[in-house]
Write a protein that binds this ligand. Structure first.
Ligand SMILES: Nc1ncnc2c1ncn2[C@@H]1O[C@H](COP(=O)(O)OP(=O)(O)OP(=O)(O)O)[C@@H](O)[C@H]1O
Length: 249
């Protein structure tokens, strides 16, 4: 079942601006979908258009069979879609606990219950609950950013370059966390510069070029497609695909 269907979406940062030039994609229930492509292709802009942080000029965005193009970000969030931006996604001077409290639309007791559930899922956040977010490592901060988004129990999580700036080991750990999260019933659409690693954990993927999804397919097919490999991945793609893969069964 399609959770999200985006059809011929267009838009950018100013009225005359068209950075996303007719993008079409879908995310099914249980998917981890990677959005890869060259720098400046419009991947982050596409996520912001879907999440309501930018207003589309044209096209459709359907979330759970409801048209949401033009809705503002908080209305979309209440419908079950959460967006984790690439930067400034935690409040550095606030504690981990305070950051989580900022994430939910919930009232006192429900908010604390939800926070406790997230402490169980991410024990490192429980350990660090009284620490200022700025003292966390890059990978820990990304987990906190995802947990803030999870406070509203979304069905679909949009992640903008979650592994940007992380060491290879921290990036691999974060991809593992994303796969675990997906197995709890959260579908994922993520933009990634680490295209090879993203394809390893994803079910499906799109290659965005100049504001349009030029190719789509299973992550494994795209990773072994010679054109995609030449463009984005390099020769090391094939052996790496033998490992883990995400997606709910
Ligand atoms: N806040 C902004 N205001 C105006 N233009 C922007 C803004 N952010 C990005 N752009 C422009 O939009 C275009 C697409 O940027 P976008 O960040 O969506 O690309 P991307 O595919 O995510 O690649 P990258 O990995 O480089 O971020 C670029 O030309 C960029 O300069």
């Amino acid at each position: 079942m399609a959770l999200l269907t985006v059809t011929d979406l267009r838009g950018g940062y100013a009225a005359a601006d068209e950075i996303v030039k007719g993008a079409t994609l879908h995310v099914d229930s249980g998917d981890i979908v990677a959005l890869i492509g060259p720098n400046g292709a419009g991947k982050s802009t596409l996520l912001k258009l879907i999440a309501g942080l930018l207003r589309p000029r044209a096209g459709q965005v359907r979330l759970f069979d409801r048209e949401i193009a033009g809705f503002d970000a908080s209305a979309i969030s209440r419908l079950g879609l959460a967006f984790v931006p690439q930067e400034r996604n935690v409040f550095g001077s606030m504690t981990v606990a305070e950051n989580l409290e900022m994430g939910g639309f919930l009232d006192g007791r429900h908010m604390r219950d939800r926070r406790d559930e997230l402490y169980e899922r991410f024990p490192l956040l429980a350990e660090k609950r009284r620490a200022a977010a700025r003292t966390l490592s890059g990978g820990q901060r990304q987990i906190l950013a995802m947990a803030i988004a999870l406070m509203n129990a979304p069905k679909l999580l949009l992640l903008d370059e979650p592994t940007a700036g992380l060491s290879p080991q921290a990036a691999e750990d974060l991809f593992d966390t994303i796969v675990e999260l997906n197995r709890t019933g959260v579908s994922i659409l993520m933009v990634e510069q680490n295209a090879l690693e993203a394809l390893v954990v994803s079910t499906r993927a799109y290659v965005l070029v100049q504001g349009r999804a030029e190719r789509e397919g299973s992550a494994a097919d795209l990773a072994s497609d010679p054109t995609v490999r030449d463009l984005f991945l390099g020769a090391k793609a094939q052996p790496m695909l033998a490992g883990k893969s995400g997606g709910q069964t």
